[in-house]
Design a protein around this ligand. Structure first.
Ligand SMILES: O=C(O)CCC(=O)C(=O)O
Length: 283
């Protein structure tokens, strides 16, 4: 089984802005994650929608602290955290995690954006953050898998404007970039994981297929990049790593888990996109 990212994966991440690790999690681990997520009433109750500006809405749940349950074991396991530390060349902390719940037929789109387009608004000075998208269901072109523009992370932060409820990158610029760089559909099997740079341009289509496309995304910030001001995601908070085998250990007793300490983030508290609207209003 794959463990920490190897040198060629690190090189690919630095050059392309992302790297996909096939089978980072085995079938037992990702089956536990999928079962837990789909049967998890708390996840469902804390889910909120973000209009995509194209007539659809994406549904997601978002939490700030990784906790002791199965989501926490994924976010805190060495495979993830040691890899993130290798990429960011620093101790990392958990910035937040989310479950993207792109249900069959109705799951909305994500507009072109850089994650740092959001996080810049939160007092994060460097784009030295990494997100890891773990496929919970198969992710295909048909069910709205992630699309990326390789090497776009080298461009630096692009201006973002409000698009529906999402922060969208300036499309005049994105279209000019698409004339110069390719677009790649990142199809993944359950258990595959994509590590991507916070300035990588990415989007995904609405899910018009009969198959759900859920994925869990864990985001890490470098300790040296502690935000200069408080926002709705945490400032540096030490992350307690766990051994990789904790995923299965905790997963099998998942129904006894207490996830009350994860700090769910309700939509009303998420201001990184909304601040763009406020800025537009005060111009
Ligand atoms: O998983 C997706 O479809 C995209 C999610 C995304 O872009 C994000 O959470 O920033």
């Amino acid at each position: 089984m794959a463990h920490v990212l190897n040198e060629s994966q690190v090189t690919e991440y630095r050059r392309e802005g992302y790297t996909i690790v096939r089978g980072l999690f085995n079938a037992e681990e990702v089956d536990l994650l999928r079962r837990s997520a789909k049967e998890d009433r708390a996840l469902d109750q804390h889910a909120f929608g973000r209009a995509d500006g194209e007539g659809g809405t994406v549904r997601l749940s978002l939490w700030n602290h990784p906790g002791e349950g199965i989501y926490g074991m994924f976010a805190r396991c060495r495979r993830m955290v040691d890899s993130a530390e290798k990429l960011l060349e620093d101790e990392v902390y958990h910035y937040h995690s989310k479950m993207i719940m792109k249900d069959a037929k109705v799951g909305g789109a994500w507009t072109w954006h850089q994650d740092y387009g959001y996080w810049y608004q939160n007092g994060v000075i460097w784009p030295n953050l990494v997100s890891v998208s773990i496929a919970v269901d198969p992710a295909t072109k048909e069910n709205g898998c992630m699309q990326v523009i390789p090497r776009s992370h080298d461009i630096g932060r692009i201006e973002h404007v409000l698009s529906g409820d999402q922060a969208g990158a300036d499309m005049e610029r994105v279209n000019a970039i698409l004339e110069r760089l390719p677009l790649v559909y990142c199809e993944m099997e359950p258990g595959d994981a994509m590590f991507f740079h916070s300035n990588l341009l990415h989007r995904s289509d609405m899910n018009r297929s009969d198959n759900p496309r859920w994925s869990m995304i864990c985001c890490y910030n470098a300790k040296s990049n502690d935000p200069y001001k408080d926002a709705h995601h945490p400032r540096y908070t030490p992350l307690n790593k766990v051994d990789d085998d904790m995923i299965v250990k905790v997963g099998v007793k998942r129904f006894a888990d207490d996830e009350s300490n994860v700090a769910w983030l309700e939509d009303a508290n998420d201001t990184s996109a909304r601040v763009l609207k406020d800025k537009a209003a005060t111009k």
